[in-house]
Design a protein around this ligand. Structure first.
Ligand code: AKB
Length: 340
C-alpha cells in the first residue's frame, strides 16, 4: 500500500508556507509531500512528510512520486509570477504551462490507479484579465469571471490557458478514446488578487508594491513605489488566500457551478495603502516612482472582481477587510517580527 499524501508544488513560496502551516493544524488530513526546485525553508521542514527537491518539468521525478505515493490532492502552486515572466516569456511558458500539463497528466494517471479523481487545486490570478484602458477599467467595476479575459502578460496568458486545460482534463480528456477514460482530474481554481502576507515577501509579481511598501516601512527602509498613487487592484490577506484554497478543495463537486472562481477581499489604491502604512509606521519614507511598464500591467488588471459565484457555491467570505487585515493581522505580526 502506498501512503496517501497531499502534494504541494512550489511549496517554498509564500502561499506554500501558509498552506503547509494550515494543513499541519488539521489532524485528519493526509501528510504533505512537497516538491520545490529550491527545497523547503528549514522552519517549515518539521511540518511535512517529505521534501523532494526538483523541477516540475522533470517527468521522471513526477513518475517516481506516483510510484511512491497515492496522491489524493495536488496544490499546484509552482509558477513564475508576472514581472519575472516578462523577462523570460518562453521560460515562463515552460514552467507555467508545460509544468502544469505535466502535473495534470500525472494526476490523470494517478486517478486511474486509485479509481477516483485526484483533486487538483490551482491558484490562478487577476492577471488573466486585460482591460484595454483606464476608462474601461473605471467603467467595468467588479469584473465577472468571463469578462475581459484578454491578458497582456505571458503570466496572465499562461494562467488563463491552464484554467482551460484544467477544465479539459476534468471533463473532456481523451474524449475520442474507445473506452471511457474516467475518472479524470477534479480541477478547481481560484483567481487570486494581489496577496499580502505578514510573514513572507513575494518575488517577481507586479502586485508586489503593496507588501513591499509595508515590509519596507516596518524595517525602517525607504520605499519607491513603482505604481501611481491612483493605481487600484484587488488584494487579499494571506490567511484568507489559504482559506480560499482549502475551502474550495473541500467543497463537494456537485455544489460547483464552475471550475474557476474569482475571490477578493478589498481593493485600495496605492495611496490608500500608503496612508494606512504611514499611520502604522509614522517614520515610513514612501515615494512614488512609477515604472511605466509595470504600471501598464497594473492598469490592465481590474480595479475589482465579482466573487458572487464563490460566495454562492462554496460559502466564500474573507475573514479580513482592509481595516482588519492591516489592524489585526499585517501590522501587529510584522511589527512583532521587526521589534521582537
Ligand atoms: C503577480 O503580481 O504576478 C501576482 C498576481 C497578481 O497573480 N501577485
Amino acid at each position: 500500500m502506498r501512503p496517501q499524501i497531499i502534494l504541494i508544488t512550489g511549496a517554498n513560496g509564500e502561499v506554500g508556507h501558509g498552506l503547509i502551516r494550515q494543513l499541519a493544524e488539521q489532524p485528519d488530513m493526509p501528510p504533505v509531500v512537497v516538491l520545490d526546485i529550491r527545497g523547503l525553508d528549514e522552519r517549515i521542514h518539521p511540518l511535512v512528510y517529505e521534501t523532494k527537491i526538483g523541477d516540475i518539468l522533470d517527468t521522471a521525478l513526477l513518475e517516481t512520486l506516483i510510484n511512491e505515493y497515492e496522491i489524493v490532492t495536488i496544490f499546484h502552486l509552482a509558477a513564475l509570477l508576472s514581472t519575472h515572466s516578462e523577462f523570460n516569456p518562453e521560460g515562463a511558458h515552460r514552467v507555467n504551462v508545460q509544468g502544469t500539463v505535466n502535473l495534470l497528466h500525472m494526476a490523470t494517471q494517478q486517478s486511474r490507479l486509485r479509481g477516483e479523481a485526484v483533486k487538483f487545486i490551482f491558484p490562478s490570478s487577476i492577471a488573466v484579465y486585460g482591460l484595454p484602458d483606464l476608462a474601461t477599467k473605471a467603467a467595468a467595476g467588479a469584473v465577472k469571471e468571463d469578462e475581459y479575459t484578454q491578458p497582456t502578460t505571458m503570466y496572465g496568458c499562461n494562467k488563463l490557458y491552464c484554467e482551460h486545460l484544467g477544465r479539459y482534463y476534468t471533463f473532456h480528456y481523451q474524449q475520442l478514446a474507445a473506452t471511457n477514460p474516467l475518472p479524470g482530474v477534479d480541477f478547481r481554481a481560484v483567481r487570486f488578487p494581489g496577496l499580502i502576507s505578514a510573514l513572507t515577501m513575494p518575488t517577481g509579481g507586479t502586485s508586489d508594491y503593496a507588501p513591499e511598501m509595508l515590509h519596507a516601512a516596518a524595517a525602517g527602509k525607504d520605499y519607491d513605489c513603482f505604481v501611481r498613487e491612483d493605481a487600484r487592484i484587488p488584494f487579499m490577506a494571506m490567511p484568507d488566500a489559504i482559506s480560499a484554497l482549502l475551502t474550495l478543495a473541500s467543497t463537494p463537486a456537485e455544489r460547483l457551478s464552475r471550475r474557476v472562481y474569482n475571490v477578493t477581499s478589498f481593493n485600495p489604491s496605492a495611496a490608500e495603502l500608503c496612508d494606512i502604512t504611514r499611520a502604522a509606521f509614522p517614520k515610513a519614507n514612501i515615494h512614488y516612482a512609477p515604472h511605466l511598464k509595470r504600471q501598464a500591467i497594473v492598469d490592465s488588471w481590474p480595479a475589482d472582481v465579482d466573487d458572487t459565484a464563490a460566495r454562492r457555491d462554496w460559502g466564500w467570505k474573507p475573514a479580513y477587510d482592509l481595516q482588519t487585515a492591516f489592524g489585526d493581522y499585517l501590522i501587529p505580526t510584522i511589527a512583532q517580527q521587526h521589534h521582537g
